[in-house]
Design a protein around this ligand. Structure first.
Ligand SMILES: NC(=O)C1=CN([C@@H]2O[C@H](COP(=O)(O)OP(=O)(O)OC[C@H]3O[C@@H](n4cnc5c(N)ncnc54)[C@H](OP(=O)(O)O)[C@@H]3O)[C@@H](O)[C@H]2O)C=CC1
Ligand SMILES: O=C(O)CCCC(=O)O
Length: 482
């Protein structure tokens, strides 16, 4: 990551650190709204150069043995671990999240590198039963090719790690467009990859302020074989439409609208702890944050009382300040969006019983907010809140709870709390979501397939499934064997 005294950062294309042909764009600290760095703003010709460099590097990278590639990914993992404090400080600087969460993100992101360094050597094909006529069928696994990677700002390190680690382990080369709000962590990751010995061109990084142009090129350039995207559903739809022409492969991890069901047979303290962990992670700005809280009527008052006490104890502040639980929202746009959501929710009948305004801590800080009586026809019901706002409703029967939980276009994460095992299994099976936390509010792990159904996307990240996303299965039919 080359920079000069005024903190100018460059793009990484084919192993060279380059200035942006569109100049540079500013990155700010969400806690202060002050500019902290200027970053190379690439144009479409530089995206093309990065794709060409990736294509050349792919040809060599895919020919290494799986073990050689995985050894290099493991060395990259080690460089991340050795630089965890530096990386965490950058994550906090550009995303605003508390240092404890940033350190957790480095650990979490690095775990994908370690997992895929171990898993990439198991990209096994199959020998299949013999066919009539002396034929022997078999399959081999081959890397997809050059992969475009577009990531969001809410996990500046982990979202890159969980796409790039399996891609590299599979034998692919990548062109990464990080979120314009958080390119600095990505640039340091790329520098550490170079130091680890990942060959030039295998990882290219093209920061830019014109996401539409870069995204379009990554969908339409003939040498890009796959696009992996995490972000909003609306941009995911656009990328899918743009990829249709070339039938380009896609992994899409899009918006969620997670229901969080608390049944009357749940351990209430456990349920509220799980809710706090899920809801307030990164100030509510994750796609798996609890979004619609559904509480069974008999325990409603008890749950709300415990929840209010826990919310009142949260400390808002700059992420770099020790003791901070909740940082700022990422941008002015995010703040005004959350304000409008709460305003519209109240106008549509929700009861505001806590918070509901900006915090005096700073420009982008929003108070932990509680909305009750949020009905299915309230506009907030269908929105991914992406802020520290808890929207709660009551239900009577298990059937009603499941129906309300499933009343969403999104199908990413869901949560249920119940100490009744048959009920927990029944409800988990009935939830139309790609992931279910059962008596657990934090479900993400490198070993598990993360992803959604319905409008929440395509494909899975993590686990063996995450490696398959970057592999083609080729069928070979050996004839004349007898
Ligand atoms: N699933 C998830 O984890 C996430 C969901 N979201 C949801 O999206 C909402 C808005 O957040 P926002 O940051 O605007 O999310 P976006 O989907 O706009 O951004 C995510 C990534 O996509 C890029 N991007 C934006 N427009 C295009 C485009 N036309 N073509 C290609 N890439 C594009 C962004 O680049 P750039 O930064 O340069 O604009 C960024 O790298 C949030 O409130 C939340 O609901 C947001 C982030 C993550
Ligand atoms: O919000 C997201 O983009 C998903 C990442 C969260 C996680 O991996 O737990």
């Amino acid at each position: 990551m080359e920079r000069n005294m005024t903190q100018h950062y460059r793009a990484l294309i084919g192993g060279e650190w380059q200035q942006g042909r569109r100049g540079s764009f500013a990155v700010d600290d969400p806690a202060t709204a002050q500019v902290v760095a200027m970053v190379a703003d690439v144009d479409v010709s530089q995206v093309d150069l990065a794709i060409e460099a990736a294509d050349r590097a792919f040809d060599r990278w895919r020919r290494l043995s799986a073990q050689e590639r995985c050894d290099l990914v493991l060395l990259w993992h080690n460089r991340l671990q050795e630089n965890r404090q530096r990386l965490a400080e950058l994550i906090t600087l550009e995303s605003g999240k508390p240092m404890a969460e940033s350190l957790g993100e480095v650990e979490y992101g690095a775990s994908y590198l370690k997992w895929y360094a171990q898993q990439g050597v198991r990209a096994n094909g199959q020998t299949l039963p013999a066919l009539p006529g002396g034929r022997r069928p078999m399959t081999v696994k081959q890397p997809v090719g050059v992969v475009g990677v577009i990531t969001p700002w809410n996990f500046p390190l982990a979202m890159i790690a969980r796409k790039v680690a399996p891609a590299l382990a599979a034998g692919c080369a990548v062109v990464i467009k990080p979120a314009a709000e958080t390119p600095l962590t990505a640039l340091l990751m790329a520098e550490l990859a170079q130091e680890a010995g990942i060959p030039d061109g295998v990882i290219n990084l093209v920061p830019g302020s014109d996401a539409a142009v870069i995204g379009h090129r990554l969908c339409t350039h003939p040498k890009v074989r796959k696009l992996s995207f995490t972000g909003s559903t609306s941009v995911g739809r656009l990328l899918m439409a743009q990829s249709a022409e070339r039938v380009q492969k896609l992994s899409l991890e899009l918006g969620g609208n997670a229901p969080f069901l608390v049944f009357d047979d749940a351990n209430l303290e456990g349920a509220v702890s799980g809710l706090m962990a899920s809801k307030f992670r990164n100030s509510g700005q994750t796609c798996v944050c609890a979004n619609r809280i559904l509480v069974q009527r008999g325990i409603y008052d008890d749950v709300i009382a415990r929840l209010k006490a826990r919310m009142a104890a949260l400390t808002l502040g700059p992420g770099a300040l020790p003791g901070t639980d909740l940082g700022p929202l990422i941008s002015d746009r995010a703040l005004t969006r959350v304000e409008a959501l709460v305003r519209d929710a109240v106008a549509s009948g929700a009861r505001l019983t806590m918070g509901g305004s900006r915090s005096p801590k700073g420009e982008r800080f929003y108070l932990p907010t509680l909305l009750e009586s949020v009905t299915e026809d309230n506009p907030i019901w269908t929105q991914e809140i992406f802020g520290p706002v808890v929207a709660v409703t009551q239900f009577d029967t298990e059937e009603e709870g499941v129906r309300l939980a499933n009343s969403s276009e999104a199908g990413l994460a869901s949560y249920l709390y119940s100490d009744n095992l048959p009920r927990a299994v029944r409800v988990a099976e009935a939830l139309e979501y790609g992931m279910v936390g059962i008596n657990e509010g934090i479900i993400s792990s490198a070993v598990a397939p993360f992803g959604g159904i319905k409008s929440s996307g395509l494909g899975r990240e993590g686990g063996q499934e995450g490696l398959e996303e970057y592999l083609e299965t080729k069928y070979l039919c050996l004839g004349g064997i007898g």
